[in-house]
Design a protein around this ligand. Structure first.
Ligand SMILES: *Cc1c(COP(=O)(O)O)cnc(C)c1O
Length: 355
């Protein structure tokens, strides 16, 4: 077995893979790949998936859960268009590639974007803290976990304007208070399921209020909420596997239990990084992500020999994103503590041999 530290698509529980494989061959006599999305058996899958999301995250009654396609990338546009109000202006916090993508797409649909804070000055290695949110904006958008740079909000922004969040890479990794948000969106492939589905959690009060001049049907969250994510063909297989994964999550103590495990995994790896003389973490300590751990070698000339070591230990997926370099170990929900221990042991041995 490999130890998959990939940033996304990522590891899911082995028994979820097994059940998914079984359903490809036999889902009530058909393959899950050929069943009609209008068939009652799939309607039941969709219903269960929506209610498992609500259960896992304690989603209040007055919120809708929706599954669409297009990834978080289309979420940049969909969130902006649906949350647009009379100011035609929104505040964004720029914490790296994905936040910048959201800013770019909001501008493309004609929204005036006020970037109220940014960590670009230090290659996005921290979460900006000192900023104020103007009142005359329709919403504040931020990215809760910065998958590429390894920073994460440990306290969400406090504001009186509606809060919109790209939670792609840390949703279901810890407890959150959905009520703090008007809209949350997340690509499935980082903690929820395989690529193909995108999750939206939206306050019902926020639906149908967009002032966007053009709002194509597929971009209208109200239309999707009313059709229970069945306006058009949903990503059937991706949703099915997300359902299996959510069942697994809830049977194993839910988000609360995962949060504990994720904290243990992150502590284990950051402790090694901080005590190992060959490596250093690239991010401000207080803003370190528990999902994506970024670190580098002080002496890059050792990298070829370190790469050989982790590869031969069965580790995959830890080279850092090309915009950061170094290493990035993603510790998503399904990655066991034992895999983190393997990486830590490799780093430890490597330091002893290169002392
Ligand atoms: C991966 C990621 C995205 C992009 O998601 P796609 O589903 O590929 O569009 C956006 N935001 C964050 C925070 C991500 O981690």
């Amino acid at each position: 077995m490999k130890h998959n530290f990939g940033a996304g698509p990522c590891i899911l529980p082995q028994n979820v893979f097994k059940q998914a494989a079984e359903a490809v061959l036999d889902f009530n006599g058909l393959s899950i790949l050929e069943v009609s999305h209008r068939h009652k058996d799939f309607v039941a899958v969709m219903d269960e998936t929506l209610s498992l999301v609500k259960k896992a995250l304690n989603v209040p009654e007055n919120y809708s859960v929706i599954f669409l396609q297009g990834g978080a990338t289309l979420g940049f546009t969909i969130s902006a268009l649906n949350m647009l109000r009379t100011h035609n202006k929104a505040a964004y916090i720029n914490t790296g590639t994905w936040a910048s993508g959201a800013i770019k797409e909001a501008k493309k649909v004609g929204i005036e974007v006020d970037v109220i804070a940014s960590s670009e000055d230090k290659n996005f290695n921290y979460i900006p803290k000192n900023y104020s949110v103007p009142n005359e904006v329709d919403f504040l958008h931020f990215t809760s976990n910065n998958t590429i740079y390894g920073t994460q909000y440990h306290h969400f922004p406090k504001t009186s304007v509606p809060l919109v969040c790209d939670m792609s890479s840390d949703i279901f990794s810890k407890e959150i208070n959905v009520e703090d948000f008007d809209l949350i969106y997340a690509g499935a492939q980082k903690n929820l399921g395989p690529a193909g589905a995108t999750l939206y959690i939206v306050k019902n009060d926020a639906l149908g209020k967009s002032t966007a001049k053009f709002l194509p049907s597929y971009f209208d969250l109200k239309a999707h909420a009313e059709k229970e994510s069945m306006m058009n063909t949903p990503p059937v297989f991706s949703i099915y596997v997300a359902m299996l994964n959510l069942r697994h999550l809830i049977q194993n103590g839910g988000v609360k239990e995962k949060e504990k495990e994720n904290n243990q995994k992150a502590d284990l790896l950051y402790n090694e990084i901080d005590s190992n003389p060959l490596f250093f973490g690239t991010v401000e300590k207080e803003d370190r992500s528990k999902m994506n751990v970024c670190f580098k070698l002080h002496n890059e000339q050792l990298s070829a020999s370190f790469d050989e070591k982790w590869k031969s230990a069965g580790i995959v997926g830890i080279p850092g994103h090309r915009s950061v370099g170094g290493y990035r170990a993603s510790l998503y929900n399904a990655l066991p503590l034992s895999s983190v221990q393997v990486l830590v042991d490799v780093m430890h041995d490597f330091a002893q041999k290169n002392a």
